[in-house]
Design a protein around this ligand. Structure first.
Ligand SMILES: Nc1nc2c(c(=O)[nH]1)N[C@H]1C(S)=C(S)[C@@H](COP(=O)(O)O)O[C@H]1N2
Ligand SMILES: [Mo]
Length: 196
């Protein structure tokens, strides 16, 4: 516990506590990734299939956001300055089919998480490669990880290599094991049974 205060006007979400050191939390083991051959693919209900190298993603125009990071297991890391590209820019390139409603965001090791497209298109939902001016390390998702600020961090997939656009929601790795599909930290959406 620290006296640190997050930057969000809502303060600390209910049931969370601040920690200072950023832990690594990985279900599948960090993949060995060569950034030169790395690519991000948009698949499924896109008119234009998109595959981008890391450099191509970075050239879409980086933004910086300062946001707290909340794991559903109750720890929160305040005031992270993330640098990355808003996901909506990549989705615009792919020209989504009108029936697309959800996205499955995947990592090569098998981790995935499901998100409403509306959440993925928020201006502060980004694919990030830097935190506090440093490249994001391998254990934290190098070269590219999702950051979805107001959702519990199991939605912020590390090592993102694919965004699949679908009509029907399908539970991701933790969602299949009971975590909430919405995951909004301000309404405490921790377990699906809380609202089901
Ligand atoms: N690929 C992948 N992404 C993941 C996870 C994972 O196990 N694998 N864990 C999620 C969970 S539960 C949390 S709390 C955050 C932790 O991010 P960190 O390890 O950078 O702290 O990553 C999320 N993204
Ligand atoms: Mo987590």
């Amino acid at each position: 516990m620290t006296s640190a205060k997050g930057n969000n006007p809502g303060g600390l979400p209910v049931g969370q506590h601040w920690i200072e050191k950023w832990p690594a939390r990985t279900a599948e083991g960090a993949p060995d990734i060569d950034p030169k051959s790395w690519s991000l693919a948009v698949t499924g209900l896109a008119e234009i299939p998109v595959a981008l190298t890391l450099r191509e993603v970075q050239e879409l125009g980086a933004i910086e956001i300062v946001r707290d990071f909340h794991c559903v297991e109750t720890w929160s890391v305040p005031n992270n300055r993330w640098k990355g590209v808003p996901v909506h820019r990549i989705l615009e390139m792919a020209q989504l089919a009108p029936e697309a409603r959800y996205a499955l965001v995947r990592s090569p090791g098998g981790y995935e998480t499901d998100l409403l497209l509306g959440v993925l298109k928020r201006p502060d939902t980004i694919l990030a490669w830097e935190r506090n001016g440093e490249p994001i390390s391998r254990e934290h998702g190098y070269p590219l990880r999702l950051i979805v600020p107001d959702l519990y961090a199991y939605k912020s997939a590390k090592w993102v290599s694919e965004i699949e656009l679908v009509v029907e929601d399908r539970p991701g790795f933790w969602e299949e094991r009971g975590y909430h599909r919405g995951a909004d930290v301000w309404s405490g959406e921790r377990f699906e049974k809380d609202t089901a």
